[in-house]
Design a protein around this ligand. Structure first.
Ligand SMILES: *[C@@H]1O[C@H](CO)[C@@H](O)[C@H](O)[C@H]1NC(C)=O
Ligand SMILES: *[C@@H]1O[C@H](CO)[C@@H](O)[C@H](O)[C@H]1NC(C)=O
Length: 327
């Protein structure tokens, strides 16, 4: 039902075949430019005819959320992920083996800015991407707290803020160098295939010349563990709240140190449905049930209009005549 309008593309494809909705895609992630998940999806998207560039962190940058950290060093002060780029190389450059794949010594959100404002404008065939893909991450990104915790989510949100449709993609597999993927049975390939299935359906459902998402909208896609040949799992429209986990601080072995654990029972604050359709299942619950979760998000965190917002503001405004005057 979700992707029924993709038939429009099939009709077009009969005459235009491979060029059907081939688009410009910028990829990034928080696991690093040599991530197996990222490279596998890059290969599949490129193979499907899309024009894809990657600008991703030179080393793993998980957990950065939307932080924007640009390096102050001209050159790398240590080797890149898996030693692919040596210490002393420029802080930004392309992979020697792939002229469409760039590394940058910054956070995922910084990579998006550097891509949009520095790397992509140098390619005449590209300029502004039609779509930004972040990931697929090693490990799921579930629930609203990903916006401050996940570099994968941070890169997607940054692209949305820059008016570009974006999809955060996360799998349930573990990290691996891209050159260790030795066949289609590999986890990273399965996660990339499952991601491609969702992304390609969204692309193909988009009427020609129209943006992939309305302005300020994006999507968060999470893929459960995939056993053999499960890349065609059901896709469920979800909401970000509902069964989501939030951390508690747990004292470590050394006094004064802490680590984290999932709060139990789950926090009500994180799981309060405020925006969107509250009848949708939570993405956390859907992935736990072994299905692919697709949550649409919007860039606007503003509390919705309604009696709660109105009465809260009325309560505050009583103390401020100028606030009252504005209402
Ligand atoms: C960075 O490396 C280049 C050579 O690749 C060198 O010319 C330059 O001086 C280096 N910059 C700094 C600040 O070390
Ligand atoms: C999975 O699919 C591949 C082809 O895509 C096939 O070669 C392989 O035998 C399948 N494995 C199972 C367990 O069905």
């Amino acid at each position: 039902m979700w992707f029924s309008s993709s038939f429009a593309c099939v009709a077009v494809a009969l005459s235009l075949l491979r060029s059907c909705n081939a688009i410009n895609i910028l990829m990034s992630n928080d696991d690093g430019f040599a991530s197996a998940n990222l490279r596998q999806l890059f290969n599949i998207l490129t193979g499907a005819g899309h024009n894809v560039y990657v600008v991703a962190p030179v080393i793993g940058q998980s957990g950065q959320g939307g932080r924007v950290i640009f390096t102050s060093e001209a050159n790398l002060t240590g080797p890149s992920q898996y030693g692919l780029i040596p210490t002393g190389a420029p802080s930004i450059g392309s992979d020697p083996a792939h002229d469409h794949i760039f590394y940058y010594n910054g956070t995922p959100a910084a990579c998006i800015f550097v891509a949009l404002d520095y790397v992509l404008p140098t390619f005449a065939d590209f300029a502004v991407p039609d779509l930004v893909l972040s990931g697929p991450n090693y490990g799921t990104n579930l629930g609203p707290s990903i916006w401050s915790l996940s570099g994968t989510a941070g890169a997607a949100y940054t692209a949305t803020a820059r008016s570009i449709p974006a999809i955060a993609l996360s799998g349930s597999n573990t990290d691996l160098p891209y050159f260790a993927v030795d066949g289609p049975e590999h986890d990273a390939h399965r996660v990339a295939l499952a991601s491609f299935r969702v992304v390609q359906a969204i692309i193909q459902s988009t009427p020609r010349g129209q943006p992939i998402f309305p302005l300020g909208y994006g999507a968060n896609v999470n893929i459960p563990p995939l056993s053999s040949n499960q890349t065609s799992l059901p896709i469920v429209q979800t909401r970000m709240t509902g069964g989501a986990e939030v951390d508690v601080a747990v004292p470590g072995k050394t006094p004064g140190t802490f680590t984290w654990a999932n709060m139990s029972p789950r926090a009500r604050g994180l799981n309060k449905c405020i925006n969107g359709d509250c009848n949708l299942p939570g993405e956390t619950q859907v992935v736990a049930a072994g299905k692919i979760a697709l949550s649409l998000y919007t860039i606007d965190y503003t509390a919705p209009a309604g009696s709660k917002t109105a009465s809260l503001m009325q309560r505050i405004a009583v103390r401020f005549s100028d606030l009252m005057a504005r209402r």
